[in-house]
Write a protein that binds this ligand. Structure first.
Ligand code: ZN
Length: 203
């Protein structure tokens, strides 16, 4: 169960990525049972209202201040406390809500490799989008850069441990959906993985 609301400021201490990632206020997280076990990365999509982009509502929702009267769809979200580690917006902006060492509340009932409670050991990344709407080039670029960096930080992750929400909650969840181009994403990620490190980066 989610823990009581937190009051202290979130500690977004290192590691910090070599690209811009803005941290945002969010209290929807708690401790991982084993902070050393970060071995799955889950890709989602979200848009509020559905299929409507560039609204402030995802940020409000994860920040616990969504006005549930702002749109009829939001009535069902009253009292719902969820989060993801990061959201990648349509323009490729990456906003971080939960430190990677902490447990974000994104996967719900889920199963991977015989283990349930995937939030315990996964990183959740939301793409602002909808199942049947193509994601933007900027989002693929940002996602592959972020995943590449996370793979370098967490040796327990691996490209084959990057999956969609629908893969770990089949029949219950459909995101990131058929519009998400896995082939293209995996190709971009492989290019990042094989590129020589940039100047100033450790080998
Ligand atoms: Zn999802």
């Amino acid at each position: 169960m989610p823990s009581a609301a937190r009051t202290e400021a979130t500690d977004f201490s290192a590691p910090l990525p070599p690209f811009k990632m803005i941290t945002r206020p969010c209290t929807h997280y708690d401790d991982r049972p084993d902070p050393a076990d970060i071995s799955l990365l889950v890709i989602h999509n979200i848009s509020l209202p559905p299929a409507t982009f560039n609204t402030p509502y995802i940020d409000d929702f994860f920040g616990g201040r969504l006005d549930c009267n702002a749109h009829p769809y939001f009535a069902r979200l009253a009292g719902v406390r969820v989060s993801a580690h990061c959201v990648i917006f349509r323009d490729g902006r990456i906003w971080q809500y939960v430190p990677f060492a902490k447990r974000a509340w994104h996967a719900g009932l889920s199963l991977f490799d015989g283990r349930d409670k995937c939030n315990d050991f996964s990183i959740g990344i939301e793409l602002e989008g909808a199942d049947d709407v193509p994601f933007t080039a900027a989002q693929y670029q940002a996602l592959s850069r972020l995943c590449h960096w996370l793979l370098s930080q967490y040796p327990t992750l691996a490209p084959e441990r990057i999956l969609g929400h629908s893969d770990i909650a089949p029949g219950r969840k459909t995101d990131p959906g058929p519009a998400f181009n896995w082939t293209y994403f995996r190709q971009l990620l492989a290019e990042q993985q094989s590129a020589p490190p940039a100047a100033g980066e450790p080998a």
